[in-house]
Design a protein around this ligand. Structure first.
Ligand SMILES: Cc1cc2nc3c(=O)[nH]c(=O)nc-3n(C[C@H](O)[C@H](O)[C@H](O)COP(=O)(O)OP(=O)(O)OC[C@H]3O[C@@H](n4cnc5c(N)ncnc54)[C@H](O)[C@@H]3O)c2cc1C
Length: 503
């Protein structure tokens, strides 16, 4: 069955946070929107699942963008656009780092406290440390002054430039820069520079030399401004609330609705076809799937624009993750433990598979996610899909068991008694990420395949195919929930202008 083309203004393929923000913003402006999600719940990498009394986040748990002031609190703004809000819990420490040679460091919400702790470890860099992080603040201050909308809309660019010329010039200066350039201007100590690499790697999966300065300006400053905040009830609440807002404003969402192809009429995207054969048509099509999934799978190969071929040369897929979702007895956690930890035993291993271990214990902020007396530990580490293929089911299970045991063993240094205190364990591999998140090779996102100039190479939302837009982490400005919320806000702005409903 197909419906005729006037039935929808916009179809969004996928209900990740990027897709949902696009859909809700457009619904709030009066557009008729349909979201098609292949999974059974919304959220994608910001979704959740429940097992034996535990509610686990599938991915993200260190959430930026929930502040109450400035212009960069985009999750707060995206929810408010459809009359929604969330209770969030402030996290006083962004990350507790456990570093080689027993270096320990906490990134406190309080900026001065964090700087002082770092200076105690590197006293000979007492001038360079504040100079480096202050320069990151200057980027954030520029961003946080201007209304963040589509950089593909010339009238908006002219308006913000007129209103904030200095902030715009500041951002233009940093757009082609990477963090490594700034760090080396201020810092000399090789270990400290490795630490800055790790500070970037935690969210960009790239060392400082490959991490855009604009993104670092956001993360290194907002953690001390809006702060890291955890949504009460779990990260899945963000998508649930956005869906509630979408339907409140007349939008529709279908689950178990997997798009198998984008329908073209001539060179224009006009609709989508589902795996069950249904077709839907709209004036604009948005893909929240990754760029690789969009252009290599949903479109015929002859429709691949040259621009995308070039992009796929400039950027490559980052690794996926090996994820352990653990339920543990409360005694396992030391008193005053922090919610987020990063463990790295050797600087040389930072970028190697399973080299860096990330830990999140959301029940320290919201105990309702686990049975009384128990906590959730979600721990994950980079892992390539190639290491999990061509295995028999028995070999796959055995490899999962041994990889999980290895991670738990390493985490015993932070949480002695962890193995003994396990109440529940579920292991996800890159294959799990590929299957449930619908992301090619389970990738976390796009990373530069060679030295690039900051964010200049990341594409915006319009594509070379008329009527087709992309949104989410393989568009500007990249991975992370607040980043994809920006992508969604800018995508919806561009579409609203194209449809003549921007106001
Ligand atoms: C383990 C892990 C930890 C992370 N930690 C953090 C963190 O602490 N903080 C943070 O900010 N970010 C974190 N991230 C990153 C963040 O979660 C992602 O960058 C972000 O959620 C991506 O959102 P998105 O909208 O681009 O797409 P996705 O979340 O990938 O959603 C895309 C949606 O589209 C659907 N879809 C795809 N193809 C089709 C199709 N053909 N038909 C129908 N539906 C389709 C998918 O099912 C999915 O629901 C983490 C990610 C992972 C994996």
């Amino acid at each position: 069955m197909s419906v005729n083309s006037s039935d929808y203004d916009v179809i969004v393929i996928g209900s990740g946070i990027g897709g949902l923000v696009t859909a809700t913003q457009l619904a709030a402006k009066g557009a008729k929107v349909l979201v098609l999600e292949s999974y059974i719940i919304p959220g994608g990498s910001a979704g959740y699942f429940e097992r034996e009394g535990y509610r686990f986040d599938v991915g993200a748990s260190m959430i930026f963008g929930f502040g109450s002031k400035g212009t960069t609190n985009l999750l707060t703004k995206a929810l408010a656009a459809v009359d929604m809000s969330l209770n969030t819990i402030a996290d006083p420490v962004q990350i507790h780092y456990h570093l080689p040679n027993n270096l320990q460091l906490k990134v406190h919400y309080n900026y001065e406290k964090f700087l002082q702790e770092l200076i105690v470890l590197f006293p000979h860099e007492a001038k360079g440390i504040p100079a480096f992080y202050d320069e990151c603040w200057s980027i954030f201050n520029c961003l946080n002054k201007i209304e963040l909308l589509s950089l593909e809309e010339p009238r908006y660019i002219a308006r913000v430039f007129f209103q904030n010329p200095f902030a715009c010039l500041g951002l233009a200066k940093y757009l082609p820069q990477n963090v490594g350039d700034i760090a080396r201007r201020h810092l000399k100590d090789p270990v400290l520079l490795r630490f800055i690499d790790l500070e970037c790697y935690c969210w960009s999966v790239m060392p400082a030399s490959g991490t855009p300065a604009i993104n670092a300006g956001m993360v290194f400053s907002d953690r001390h401004y809006g702060g890291v905040r955890y949504p009460q009830g779990g990260v899945g609440q963000i998508a649930q609330k956005l869906v509630a807002g979408l339907t409140k404003f007349g939008g529709e969402i279908q689950y178990k609705a997997r798009v198998s192809k984008i329908v073209l009429e001539g060179k224009q995207a006009v609709g989508v076809k589902l795996t069950n054969g249904k077709e839907y048509f709209a004036r604009r099509i948005v893909s929240n799937a990754t760029r690789w999934d969009t252009f290599n799978k949903l479109l015929p190969s002859e429709a691949m624009p040259t621009k995308e071929v070039k992009w796929q040369h400039r950027y490559q897929k980052s690794p996926s993750f090996l994820s352990l979702h653990l339920g543990v007895s409360a005694e396992v956690l030391p008193p005053n433990a922090e919610c987020h930890h990063v463990l790295l035993e050797s600087w040389e291993q930072m970028e190697q598979p399973t080299g860096t271990i990330f830990v999140s214990i959301p029940t320290l902020l919201d105990p309702s996610l686990a049975p009384e007396g128990y906590h959730i530990i979600h721990t994950f580490t980079p892992s390539w899909i190639a290491d999990w293929q061509k295995l028999t089911p028995q070999q796959y299970e055995a490899q999962k068991e041994s990889a999980a045991a290895n991670i738990i063993n390493r985490l015993e240094t932070i949480f002695p008694g962890l193995a003994q205190g396990l109440d529940f364990q579920e292991v996800g591999t890159p294959r799990t990420h590929r299957r449930f998140l619908n992301r090619v090779d389970g990738t976390y996102g796009a990373i530069p395949s060679r030295q690039l100039r900051g964010l200049l190479g990341m594409p915006f939302n319009r594509t070379a195919i008329s009527g087709l837009y992309c949104v989410g982490d393989s568009t500007f400005p990249g991975q992370g929930l607040n980043a994809v919320a920006f992508s969604g806000i800018s995508c919806s702005h561009r579409i609203a202008v194209d449809l003549g409903i921007a106001h």
